[in-house]
Design a protein around this ligand. Structure first.
Ligand code: SAH
Length: 235
C-alpha cells in the first residue's frame, strides 16, 4: 500500500530505520511523523490525545481514492459534500474538549467517523449524529469493523441534539452552524464543555462554550477555522 505513494513511502522508510515497524500496522511510522510535525510542533500537549492520534488508523476512515493522502496535513473529501477534518483540527478540538474517562460525549457531524473514534478512546461513550444516511451507515460499519464498541451512530439532524441520551458532559460540533443550536446548549450538563465552529460565512470561529455549575455560560473564541456548513432539515 505504501508503494502507491512515493512521498509516504519515503517517510515510512526513513522512520522505519529508527525502529522496528509494528507488524500489521505499516502506517504507524507515518502517524508518528504526523503527530510530531502537525501536532506537537503546533502546541498540542495533552498526552492522551497524542497517544490516541498515534494509534488511530485514519487511513481506514477515508475512501480508497484518497487513502494515500490520509495522513497529509489537510482535510479530505469523503463524499456527499462532507470532509474528514485536517488531523491537526481533530487533535485540537479533542484537546479543547478536555475529555475524561467515563464521560458521555455528543458529536454533531459523524462524517467519516474518525473524530468520534478518537474521542471514543478518550472517554466513556460517544453519541454521534449524521444527517447524510449513507455517511451514517458507512461510519457505523467502520466502527464495527475496527471494534469501536462505545460509539453509537444516529442518522438525523444535529440541530435537535439527542434528547433521550442527554445530558452530555461534552459536545463537539464538526459542521458549522450560524449560532450554537439552543437544543445543544440545553443538552450540555452543568460543568460541561462544548466545542464548535460557529459562523455563517465561509470561515468560522472555533469556540468553547462552558456551562458553569450554576447554569451560566462562558464563551471563548479560539481560532479561525473552515468547516462545511451545518445543514438544516432533511438533506
Ligand atoms: N467529524 C467528521 C467531519 C465531518 S464533516 C469526521 O471526523 O470525519 C461534517 C459532517 O457534518 C458532514 O458529514 C455533514 O454531512 C454533517 N452534517 C451537516 N449538517 C448536519 C446536521 N444538521 N446534523 C448532523 N450532521 C450534519
Amino acid at each position: 500500500m505504501l508503494r502507491s505513494s512515493p512521498h509516504l513511502f519515503g517517510i515510512a522508510a526513513m522512520l522505519a530505520a529508527t525502529g522496528p515497524m509494528r507488524a500489521g500496522d505499516a502506517f504507524a511510522p507515518i502517524r508518528e511523523h504526523m503527530v510530531r510535525e502537525q501536532m506537537e510542533s503546533r502546541g498540542i500537549r495533552n498526552p492522551e490525545v497524542l497517544r490516541v492520534m498515534r494509534m488511530t488508523p485514519r487511513h481506514e476512515f477515508v475512501p480508497e481514492t484518497v487513502r494515500r493522502m490520509a495522513y497529509e496535513d489537510c482535510a479530505l473529501p469523503i463524499g456527499y459534500g462532507a470532509t474528514i477534518s485536517q488531523p491537526y483540527i481533530v487533535a485540537l478540538m479533542s484537546e479543547l474538549l478536555i475529555p475524561e474517562k467515563g464521560q458521555r460525549i455528543l458529536e454533531i457531524g459523524t462524517g467519516s467517523g474518525y473524530q468520534a473514534a478518537v474521542l471514543a478512546q478518550l472517554t466513556g461513550r460517544v453519541y454521534t449524529i449524521e444527517i447524510v444516511p449513507e455517511l451514517a451507515e458507512s461510519a457505523r460499519r467502520t466502527f464495527a469493523r475496527l471494534g469501536y464498541a462505545n460509539v453509537i451512530v444516529r442518522k438525523g439532524d444535529g440541530y435537535h441534539g439527542w434528547p433521550e441520551a442527554a445530558p452530555f458532559d461534552r459536545i463537539i460540533v464538526t459542521a458549522a452552524p450560524p449560532q450554537v443550536p439552543q437544543a445543544l446548549v440545553d443538552q450540555l450538563a452543568a460543568g460541561g464543555r462544548l466545542v464548535a465552529p460557529v459562523g455563517s460565512g465561509w470561515g468560522q470561529d472555533l469556540i468553547i462554550l462552558e456551562k458553569k455549575a450554576d447554569g451560566s455560560l462562558h464563551r471563548t473564541v479560539v481560532a479561525p477555522v473552515i468547516f462545511v456548513p451545518m445543514r438544516t432539515g432533511s438533506r
